[in-house]
Design a protein around this ligand. Sequence first.
Ligand code: PLP
Length: 459
Amino acid sequence: MLPKRDSWAEPYKIKMVELLKMTTPEQRKKALTEAGYNTFLLKSEDVYIDLLTDSGTSAMSDEQWSGMMRGDEAYAGSKNYYNLENAVSEVYGYQYLVPTHQGRGAENILSQIMIKPGDIVPGNMYFTTTRLHQELSGGIFHDVIIDEAHDPESEYQFKGNIDLNKVEKLVQEYGVEKIPYICVAVTVNLAGGQPVSMQNLKELRKYTEEKGIKIMLDMTRIAENAYFIQQHEEGYRLKTIAEIVKEICSYTDGATFSGKKDALVNIGGFLALNDWDKFEEARNLVVVYEGLHTYGGLAGRDMEAMAIGIYESVQDAHMKARIGQVIYLGNKMKEFGIPIVKPIGGHGIFVDAKQFLPHISQDDFPAQTLAAEIYLDAGIRTMERGIVSAGRKATGENYYPKLELVRFTIPRRVYTQAHMDVIAESTARVYERRNDIKGLKMVYEPKYLRFFQAKFEKL
Ligand SMILES: *Cc1c(COP(=O)(O)O)cnc(C)c1O
């Protein structure tokens, strides 16, 4: 009997390749020292497999490249803007669109039009740029994600869920008038690409409607979230990703979006709203920071590629291959005994540096150290998501996040199964020599989003 075909094999073939430079261990050592042990400061040329981020690193389709050629580079009223507006309303169901150069441009505008100084902004775990914009508008972020999200060993399927008791506690303590909206991320990046269930969204919607609190979605990886709902939530097995995506949006009042993830483009984002008055305010403000409201910092061609990418992102076969590849890598790492965050999330594998390097204290940057060691082994670039990324509070104290992770983010449609094998094998080699690895000390610390530019030396 033939086995049932359940491979995640890609629904595309390769038309063009980009050649990579292969480096020696000596070259990598030199590159890493020059980069101050910060993988953000490596030259991409010195990297073999780049898993720094899945942001803006995806491979565009031939259709998207064709769209680039149809760019209507008018200052005002570009036809590509209207194509994007159609895509956003057809796929997500939002009425009003403000394009921005990327997600954080939308976060800036949303924060400015919604948040007053002293306001409380609950969210299911923070995201770096999102929280910073909330804080710059005078808001105070409060984490309302369920406790399981902070436990890398918990196999709970929807670790992105919001704990309604935590929301209720904030309402009791501060009153609804202090809460302009709840920011809901799908999937939750810093928790390891963990999804939110539809059930949880429905309950949150019911609760917030009663209280008169709005829900703003950070829907950067909404199609990936929809895949997990389709696979694991009762009642959704026969629904398409497209149907699930639209249902998620229907429980919210607006969204910020980074096109650089789900939407398979190198640059782009938007703010989507259903309220006309808020849209008017946002449209006024976008001119200050991004550009006229029909281009928002994007070229016409970029808006076209994003519009096409939005449709491609909700194809079932695409998402099966996308997440199938991530799960393949995760299972391979598990076989080697490497401690990873469970369950495997949507956009990458998150290695638990606290478990990997238990002898390195959080003040000596275990995740930063591990990312550096992984680069040394085979030229694979990953990213720290721990104490360096968490930064400092307004008071100057360090945040001490519970999770100390190294993120292996998988760009969409870029690497092959053999690349996944190399990644797992290289990480296993580092794991074998883990006891000899020493921590780092920070020798330069930037004021904002320090993880991007901080420099380190070996202890
Ligand atoms: C990337 C990202 C953003 C910000 O988007 P940019 O396009 O990088 O500005 C916001 N939220 C989440 C969850 C993200 O992953």
